[in-house]
Design a protein around this ligand. Sequence first.
Ligand SMILES: [Zn+2]
Length: 171
Amino acid sequence: MSRIRGRDTGPEMSIRRGLHALGLRYRLHDRHLPGTPDLVFPGPRVIIFVHGCFWHGHDCSLGVRPQSNAAFWSEKITRNQARDREAIQKLGNMGWRLAVVWECALKGSGRRPLREVLGDLCTFIRYDSGYKQLDICALTNVENSTSTPQGETNTRHVSPRESGRKRPGPK
Ligand SMILES: [Zn+2]
């Protein structure tokens, strides 16, 4: 199968280049693993998926579905989500730790500075602190994403509110 369009997307390339520059080495799009993970770090047994919010049905402004052909998109995206869940569960059972970087973490109004995202990923890859899954998305999606966990109890959602040096006041 040839490379699917959309794999080498902007956010994914930013993550790849950034982690490489930080000295991390990885395999790309490993088809031998469930879900063909975007980045694979065999040593620390960590996987990174960079998910497009639309295709993977993220509950955020980038994931809004078109009004026309609603049934078609809904079916397609629901299928993608089911595939994602299955892959994540299988990989977890195989002992991999997983980071999902949503497109909105790096794109759109809620985006975070790339170096912050890279820093969080770097820490997750290098130090196994017991978290099996790390979700990185835009600030505005934090409440939404915590209310729809992907079947994982040990998930940590990182937002600038949580990981930033500056502590914003109460909302
Ligand atoms: Zn999103």
